[in-house]
Design a binder for this molecule. Structure first.
Ligand SMILES: [Zn+2]
Length: 221
């Protein structure tokens, strides 16, 4: 199952992706991480992307699409992938669809995590993440505290706060997000692929809702 994950910054996309990866073996492709990895490894595509970034330009969709193609091939043994961070607009959605079609695949569902802005802000400033990249467990000082303060329950690494997880940054990002996503959500609504999950700030609910959605989705197939 290939999933396009939609939702504002801090709406729980990381939590949902981790859950899908661990319980369903659906690989998580976060576009931001993918760029960083390709650039660090100095791949052909990474070098090209870096050139655009150095000029302060957006990386052309064609480069991103080719990176995604490589990633999908890398995850052949998974039960599909979660696209997180791409597409961000209608053109990109169409490009993704075309690429998947050429690979004999498709987007099965656009999972839209719909959380009120105030909840997102409240939750984001309380978020802490595991500094161990292979673990990446997400905590929340309000809803999902680690057993030992500042330490990951799973791997024992230090928990960190992302520097972007503050009110001012998140408010700005939400504004940009809403402007960008309106059309994209409409696109997937027209395709009848959208599945809207209404969420509130409690992180445990995000997990519950995702499990419920999966159970429904699988039984209706
Ligand atoms: Zn950890």
């Amino acid at each position: 199952m290939n999933i396009v994950l939609l939702g504002g910054p801090g709406s729980g996309k990381g939590t949902v992706s981790n859950l899908l990866e661990k319980t369903q073996n659906i690989a998580h492709i976060a576009t931001g991480d993918m760029f960083r990895e390709e650039i660090k490894n100095e791949t052909e595509l990474g070098k090209k992307a870096q050139e655009f970034m150095n000029k302060g330009m957006l990386v052309p969709d064609e480069i991103t699409i080719n990176m995604l193609k490589g990633k999908i091939n890398q995850y052949k043994n998974a039960n599909g992938v979660v696209f997180d961070g791409f597409p961000r607009n209608r053109n990109q959605a169409e490009a993704l669809e075309k690429m998947l079609e050429e690979m004999g695949q498709k987007v099965d569902v656009a999972l839209y995590l719909d959380m009120p802005d105030e909840d997102i802000i409240y939750r984001t400033v309380k978020r802490r993440i595991c500094s161990n990249k292979d673990c990446g467990e997400i905590y929340n000082l309000e809803f999902k505290k680690p057993k030992q303060e500042g330490i990951c329950d799973i791997c024992g690494s230090k928990l960190i706060q992302r520097k972007d997880d503050n009110e001012e940054t998140i408010t700005n990002r939400l504004k940009v997000y809403h402007e960008q996503s309106k059309d994209l959500i409409k696109y997937y609504e027209e395709k009848k692929l959208i599945y809207r999950v209404e969420l509130h700030a409690n992180i445990d609910i995000t997990e519950e809702m995702t499990k419920e959605w999966l159970a429904n989705y699988n039984s209706n197939r």
